[in-house]
Design a protein around this ligand. Structure first.
Ligand code: FAD
Length: 421
């Protein structure tokens, strides 16, 4: 009889806010909340911050939010500040001519707060940096290798229950607010049966490769957009000094995935400047499907979505994580107001949903689609607009100032927390 082990006792771990996903958005939200003493648990299915090559560039618009949580100096120190601008060129195989360039040097001194085009730093390094700041907060806990699998939300007053699959079996949590920051394939969004509306681009897959190659020697600046119907690409620094460069390009969807590495070599032959045979060190190459999708609702009761879990766009122009950081900043302010000032949760979270969803629908979706088509479309209207844009870059000194102002523009902060909190 004594050989039968005792029945498991189910224990629940509680946090005011439980965040699913230790990506940059989940961690940024955790940092903002934990700095105000809110107890936060972040769970992630992976054993560490994701390492796949994704975002490299963060626009000035997010730096104000980084400043508020004390991240901006570390970010600037770890990354490479793009003081040059953005060049638009033909692919090397077609002569590599510069068609136009956004030049930060053309902006009058003091005209904008951040007089650069962006900070370049790999997403993994940014995630690790935010995590380091989180770990300095007493009310922060992270649990790696805990995959969210389900939730129960029993009415307005009782805690939300969550189950995760951990390394030693199921782990149960309770929380007052649950945030799904678990990326475009969000299990939280799916558990709530929320449709991810929009479409997936079926003309090209994106390939994000990291490579060590001396682009500067051949006149490349920090950020370069290659304009061509077939060989369009983005070539940009992923950080400072010896950090690799990102070469991201489109791979036609009829090319089988088994030919990926061969295709990378062929693309490099057409894209990279310099003498042949080319000598480079390929660090990694990952294919991605790109989407323009948004969750139909971002809030169900006290469960809320943020970042890629709520929206996903193609990466040209670097708007995905930029938008996600701004979601996390707004949602962080709402949760702080609810949990420390006892403000009405339903009103604030509904406002978060409507303001941030509209920001993605009206700006990010449209701008990222325009950025992509500007690089490769042969539609006569888009070609005319592209030529007009390059002409303005070359002839109109005002456009540099206007663009820098737009990249700095502060989102109206309807959720700002009083300085006394
Ligand atoms: C090639 C490429 C280049 C890009 N370049 C830029 C750029 O330059 N600038 C920019 O702003 N954006 C860029 N983006 C977009 C950017 O990468 C995303 O917007 C960003 O990753 C979103 O962050 P997130 O924290 O919302 O989600 P993610 O980074 O996807 O993080 C989600 C986290 O959730 C975890 N998770 C998933 N499922 C579960 C589960 N069931 N349980 C627990 N944990 C789970 C994952 O392990 C992961 O850690 C790029 C994207 C790609 C693909």
């Amino acid at each position: 009889m004594t050989d039968v082990p005792p029945q498991d006792k189910i224990e629940y771990e509680h946090a005011s806010v439980l965040i699913v996903g230790a990506g940059p958005v989940g961690l940024f939200l955790a940092l903002k909340s934990a700095q105000k003493g809110i107890d936060v648990i972040v769970i992630d299915s992976e054993p560490h911050v994701l390492k796949s090559p994704r975002a490299t560039t963060y626009m000035p618009i997010v730096l104000n939010e980084m400043e508020k949580v004390g991240l901006v100096d570390d970010l600037v120190m770890a990354g490479h500040t793009n003081r040059e601008g953005i060049s638009f060129r033909k692919p090397n195989a077609k002569g590599g001519e510069v068609l136009g360039a956004l030049m930060m040097a053309a902006i009058p001194k003091g005209a904008v707060k951040y007089d650069f085009a962006g900070i370049h730093l790999g997403q993994q390094a940014v995630g690790e940096l935010i995590l380091k700041h989180c770990e300095a907060q007493k009310s922060f806990r992270v649990m790696w290798q805990h995959r969210f699998v389900g939730l129960k939300q029993p009415g307005e007053t009782k805690p939300i229950e969550i189950v995760a699959a951990g390394p030693t079996g199921e782990k149960f949590f309770t929380c007052d607010y649950l945030v799904g920051a678990d990326g475009a394939g969000s299990s939280v969004r799916r558990a709530l049966c929320i449709p991810f509306e929009g479409f997936t681009w079926n003309d090209f897959r994106f390939v994000a490769s990291n490579v060590r190659y001396d682009f500067e020697k051949y006149g490349f600046t920090t950020a370069n957009m290659i304009v061509d119907e077939e060989d369009w690409a983005v070539i940009a620094r992923t950080g400072s000094g010896d950090d690799p460069w990102r070469v991201a390009f489109g791979m036609r969807t009829d090319i089988p995935m088994s030919d990926l590495m061969e295709h990378v070599k062929e693309k490099y032959e057409r894209l990279l400047p310099g003498p042949r045979p080319l000598e480079y060190e390929l660090v990694s190459a990952n294919p991605y499907w790109a989407h323009q999708r948004v969750a139909r609702t971002w809030k169900v009761g006290r469960v809320v979505l943020a970042g890629d879990a709520a929206h996903s766009n193609n990466p040209i122009g670097g708007l995905g994580l930029t938008t996600g950081f701004l979601d996390a900043a707004a949602l962080g302010n709402c949760l702080i107001r609810i949990l420390t000032l006892s403000e009405k949760p339903d009103t604030l979270l509904s406002r978060y949903e409507s303001v941030r969803r509209a920001a993605w629908v009206n700006y990010t979706d449209k701008a990222s689609t325009d950025f992509k088509l500007r690089l490769h479309s042969i539609d006569p209207k888009i070609v005319a607009a592209r030529e007009g844009f390059f002409k303005a870059l070359n002839d109109d000194p005002e456009i540099h100032h206007k663009t820098a102002t737009m990249m700095n523009e502060q989102v109206e902060d309807m959720f700002e927390i009083p300085s006394s909190v």
